[in-house]
Design a protein around this ligand. Structure first.
Ligand code: UT7
Length: 312
């Protein structure tokens, strides 16, 4: 599919220092630590900082890991569902904090945003760009009601980023991808201007499991690969039971899955790069591995991408 190759040459992430535990929530919400852990797999989430700060820090770390400076970046794509303003986008401010001199735009595809960004980056590489920062960052505490037990138990803040560039070696490649959206489901997860997230949790759960199955099957089919040929899965993670249900239907293994949900909660567009950075820190990816990224979220939107890894 990709004649210039594709590699994530540096990955970074950032979490705010302040932690909101299930026990903290217990003190003002009709819930328990046990219920939240059993029904979602979450023990704590991070709050504070801002989308711009988290995006900037994660991006700087990704650029340091790639060994590149501001003048090397040709484009910044920022996946966020918690922008600083309705207008302008958050990406230009992040680019300026980083000292970049290039285009910078927000990608609003909720929790699928970073996967959308990854596939968009591939298009720009094919048009001749050399290095693209694909960032996911969220300050979801700005749009979460931590007194609502249907949503307040799930969401937290974080940031993750990757520098993406061509790979002439022939190892690193975007093998296939699949994107989708279905606007009939806008109202199962949304926030009005100035409001907080409203969610029909059961319906989101159902739709998410279906969307994951469909998009993973599509990406595997386009790459001509089987489930067994995947070495690492980096999924969006909103609730451990969504991942487990979809994996059971697809025949994917939790052992091959990079999870950070327990400590971060659902960080929407930031989740996948955060989990990828964690997997890299734990030496779970080696060159030549097939890595599956899969996201789903409000919209509904969904997306997946299969990458043959070349990080070095
Ligand atoms: O990025 C995508 C974003 N969102 C998601 O992926 C969310 C997907 N959905 C979910 O994660 C789950 O639907 C929730 C975690 C939000 C809720 O879990 P559930 O298993 O769907 O619970 P439920 O709403 O069916 O409620 C079951 C019971 C009810 O009590 P009764 O009627 O059986 O007596 C609720 O009142 O659990 C009760 N309940 C709670 N109890 C303690 C609901 N929320 C809580 C809570 N603590 N926080």
């Amino acid at each position: 599919m990709n004649s210039v190759g594709f590699r994530l040459s540096g990955v970074g992430s950032a979490l705010p220092e302040k932690v909101l535990t299930n026990h903290d929530l217990e003190s003002w919400m009709d819930t328990t630590d046990e219920w939240i852990r059993e029904r979602t797999g979450i023990s704590q989430r991070h709050i504070g900082s801002s989308t711009t700060e988290l995006a900037t820090l994660a991006s700087q770390r990704a650029m340091d890991a790639a060994g590149v400076g501001p003048s090397d970046i040709d484009l910044l794509l920022l996946a966020t569902t918690s922008p600083e303003h309705i207008c302008p986008g958050t990406a230009p401010g992040v680019a300026s904090q980083l000292g970049l001199d290039c285009g910078a735009i927000d990608v609003q595809a909720a929790c699928s945003g970073w996967v959308y960004g990854l596939t968009m980056a591939n298009g720009y590489l094919l048009q001749g760009m050399d290095r693209i920062l694909v960032v996911g960052a969220e300050a979801l505490d700005k749009i979460t009601d931590y007194h609502d037990r249907g949503t307040g138990i799930l969401f937290g803040n974080g940031g993750g980023a990757a520098v993406i560039q061509p790979d002439p070696s022939g190892v690193g490649e975007l093998l296939s991808w699949d994107l989708g959206a279905d606007g009939r489901y806008v109202k199962i997860l949304y926030a009005e201007h100035g409001g907080v997230l409203k969610m029909d949790g059961k319906e989101v759960f159902r739709q998410a499991v279906t969307a994951i199955q469909r998009t993973v099957t599509n990406s595997l089919g386009r790459a001509g690969l089987t489930i067994d040929e995947i070495d690492l899965i980096v999924p969006h993670q909103a609730n451990i039971r969504i991942v487990e249900s979809a994996w059971k239907k697809l025949g994917l293994s939790m052992d091959k899955t990079a999870m950070v949900l327990e400590n971060t909660g659902n960080t929407s567009g930031a989740t996948i790069p955060l989990a990828l950075d964690d997997a890299l820190s734990n030496d779970r990816v080696k060159n030549g591995d097939v890595v599956l990224f899969v996201g789903f979220g409000a919209g509904m939107t969904w997306g997946s991408a299969l990458v043959r890894w070349n990080g070095s």
